[in-house]
Design a binder for this molecule. Structure first.
Ligand SMILES: *[C@@H]1O[C@H](CO)[C@@H](O)[C@H](O)[C@H]1NC(C)=O
Ligand SMILES: *[C@@H]1O[C@H](CO)[C@@H](O)[C@H](O)[C@H]1NC(C)=O
Length: 444
């Protein structure tokens, strides 16, 4: 009796399952119906098929202003030669001597017959100047930080970066292919929040490297980063710091050693310092500074270092001679800093503009005040304003961005560069002219 009951139950279940299998098979076969022949890539289709364009769009590049056309009696606050070393006779003379000795180009990367004694000398001098174990010199400022980042950060790692970092850092981050978290510009609470979130989600763990990337003074805003707080957070969450000091080396600190000197942060708290020789050093190239262990790694892993012809010897000599001057006369640094401060005091009184920039920043961004205009139109007005200023004796530059490509494209602005040789008359002239230009060609 009991056996029968079980048998009945089992067969009932068997039936249910069998029906399901049948329904399932029919559904499956119906799904797998062969595709319509018209979906096939026929020869006809191949002939008509247009591949996607190689690049999605072309960039509008504005006509550059030619320096030749500026003339001698124009005040130049567009170029970033803050210490005015670009026409310094001793630098010019030494570079010409170097030209006679070595010729123009080095014709090879550093590791392939492109190393000349001046390269080793510059690296040694920079290391001494910055009080670090070692530096390595790149031949192009942009590619320095853009190569240094992916030399360490790889796929699977995580990077925390300020949202306003300049384009070269953005490109370096792209090349690293790491996970990226951008924090709000100079907002340490936002950074802390992101770090805590990442720690809670175990995104920060001993199996991946984590990096913090910031600029000492931001090229795109002129603001100074709160370095002490960054260091504190980096140590708490075990991040490595890469600091771009391009606008601060030779600019701030008693001896011009940059933000670490200015804020008295020990140099070894920063894992890698990156700098450019294209601003205060008035030549070409860039460098990375840190411990031997860290810098040495780039000599085989920094793509811009390995695969670019080395810096032409005469330009390397120019950097050495610039360093001579900075070391001999640190007073030029305080002259520059005085002018940067004066510029801030004067810019506050502009009628039609607001501005951004730390008082010690050699770069100030001037924005149109109360303007609801779209960015393209603002840019056009600013171009016309700078053209008007140039016609009236002051050359300045509109900050140029790849508007659709930048991670967080800044508002259009005029980028003023403070220099050591500005005097009070110059500063007054800049401000008067800016307001006058606005009234003549600015938005009505
Ligand atoms: C800027 O100047 C050009 C040439 O004079 C003019 O065509 C253009 O409309 C001006 N831009 C604005 C926004 O007024
Ligand atoms: C300021 O510098 C300009 C040159 O840029 C010069 O013509 C002028 O005389 C200087 N003014 C003062 C007060 O030194």
């Amino acid at each position: 009796m009991i056996l029968m009951d079980i048998y009945d139950t089992v067969s009932w279940w068997t039936l249910v399952i069998a029906v399901q299998v049948v329904i399932g098979s029919v559904y499956f076969l119906w799904q797998k119906k062969p595709k319509e022949p018209e979906d096939k890539l026929t020869n006809q289709k191949l002939r008509e098929w247009k591949p996607l364009p190689l690049v999605e769009r072309t960039f509008e590049v504005e006509e550059p202003i030619l320096i030749d056309n500026i003339g001698d009696n124009v005040l130049n606050v567009g170029a970033t030669s803050f210490l005015c070393l670009d026409k310094e006779p001793s630098i010019v003379e030494n570079s010409i001597k170097s030209l006679h000795k070595y010729g123009v180009g080095s014709c090879g990367p550093r590791g392939f017959y492109g190393t000349i004694d001046v390269h080793l000398e510059l690296e040694e001098r920079l290391a001494k100047f910055l009080q670090v174990e070692e530096t390595c010199v790149y031949s192009y400022g942009f590619s320095t930080v853009a190569s240094a980042i992916p030399a360490y950060a790889k796929k699977g790692d995580i990077i925390f970066a300020d949202e306003k970092v300049w384009f070269a850092i953005q490109k370096g981050i792209d090349a690293a292919r790491s996970t990226v978290r951008y924090f709000k510009h100079n907002d340490m609470n936002d950074l802390e929040r992101l770090l805590e979130e990442a720690a809670a989600k175990k995104e920060l763990n001993p199996k991946r490297r984590a990096f913090l990337i910031a600029e000492a003074i931001y090229f795109n805003s002129g603001k100074m980063c709160p370095l002490r707080k960054l260091v504190e957070l980096a140590r708490r969450f075990k991040l490595r710091i890469i600091l771009d000091e391009s606008l601060t080396i030779g600019v701030i600190g008693k001896h011009g050693r940059g933000l670490t000197e200015h804020l008295n942060v020990p140099r070894d708290e920063i894992d890698l310092i990156v700098g450019s020789l294209e601003h205060s050093f008035a030549t070409i190239g860039g460098f990375c500074a840190g411990t031997h262990f860290i810098v040495e790694h780039q000599r085989l892993s920094g793509l811009g270092y390995c695969f670019s012809a080395s810096l032409p010897p005469m330009l390397t000599q120019a950097a050495i001679s610039a360093l001579d001057i900075i070391e001999e006369k640190p007073a030029i640094i305080s002259e520059l800093d005085e002018n940067s401060k004066k510029l801030n005091k004067a810019l506050v009184n502009l009628k039609h503009y607001t501005f951004s920039g730390d008082e010690l920043s050699p770069v100030k961004h001037i924005y149109l005040k109360n303007s609801e205009l779209p960015d393209r139109l603002k840019n056009s007005y600013l171009r016309n304003i700078t053209n008007y200023c140039l016609e009236n004796g002051v050359a300045m530059a509109v900050a140029t961005y790849l508007r659709d490509t930048e991670v967080n494209c800044p508002e259009p602005s005029i980028r003023l560069a403070s220099t050591r040789k500005l005097n009070d008359t110059n500063i007054a002239q800049i401000c008067t002219l800016l307001d006058e230009a606005y009234e003549k060609v600015g938005p009505k």
